[in-house]
Write a protein that binds this ligand. Structure first.
Ligand code: TZP
Ligand code: MG
Length: 233
């Protein structure tokens, strides 16, 4: 099993140009990293490959400017091509996060090598069974959720039969116990959700809008991070 003692996904910020209310993304990433987020995932369903490479480069640069290079993990959502191109251009990017219908994790691992971080969304209605029995030899963590329905990802939690599933705090506690690798949970997470989530035993929370759409993204990120640490089990 992969054991990355250095991988800190306790405060995991997912962001892209669709989620910043028209504001530039890089300063929001800088504020969030300054405030203590430990992982940044660049995610866009509309940006071109070139725009995503550019954004990944900016994210890497602002992380370096905060002095947290090597401590804050930088990932790209879905796009193995973007990660490979960014690396080729000398951009420091740590890995990829993929979903169940994206590029398979064995291909990601093969192209990115043993040191890369590969995260996988555990998206199935039979989540407990899946998490318990999954082959985790190639991945570093599971993303799970949603805790709540969210307009950021309207299909989140939508099952094949159109039924919507959200994960209760009790379910998330069970997930944390069943999984042999770290689990990060998100979906509609706001400040008020952090204390109960931190008590479940999961490795961290992930958010998009709570930080990226806030009037003061840095201030919001700081509140989330501090609250997590105050309440974590
Ligand atoms: N995956 C599951 S829910 C979600 C993703 C990327 C979006 C969460 O966004 P928000 O704004 O924190 O609800
Ligand atoms: Mg995906």
């Amino acid at each position: 099993m992969r054991m990355r003692s250095k991988l800190d996904i306790s405060a995991y910020f997912v962001v892209g140009p669709e989620n910043t209310k028209g504001r530039p993304v890089a300063p929001i990433i800088r504020d969030a990293v300054d405030a203590g987020v430990t992982c940044v995932q660049v995610r866009s369903k509309t940006a071109s490959a070139r725009e995503l490479i550019e954004l990944t480069g900016q994210a890497s640069e602002v992380i370096a400017q905060t002095g947290k290079s090597g401590m804050v993990t930088l990932l790209v959502n879905d796009r193995l091509d973007v990660v490979l191109a960014a690396k080729k251009q000398g951009i420091k990017v740590d890995g990829i996060h993929v979903g169940q219908s994206d590029i398979p994790v064995d291909i990601c691992r093969e192209y990115l090598g043993p040191d890369a971080v590969v995260g996988l969304s555990a998206r199935t209605h039979e989540l407990f069974e899946y998490i318990k029995n999954a082959d985790v030899s190639l991945i570093d963590y599971f993303g799970a959720g949603p805790l709540h329905e969210t307009k950021t990802k309207p299909d989140s939690g939508l099952d094949v039969d159109g039924k919507r599933i959200t994960r209760s705090i009790t379910d998330i506690t069970t997930l944390a116990q069943l999984s042999s690798i770290p689990v990060v949970v998100g979906g509609g997470v706001k400040l008020v959700d952090i204390p109960p989530l931190a008590q479940t035993g999961v490795a961290g929370f992930f958010v998009v809008s709570a930080i990226s759409e806030a009037d003061d993204p840095g201030g919001e990120a700081e509140s989330l991070v501090k609250t997590w640490h105050r309440h974590k089990r």
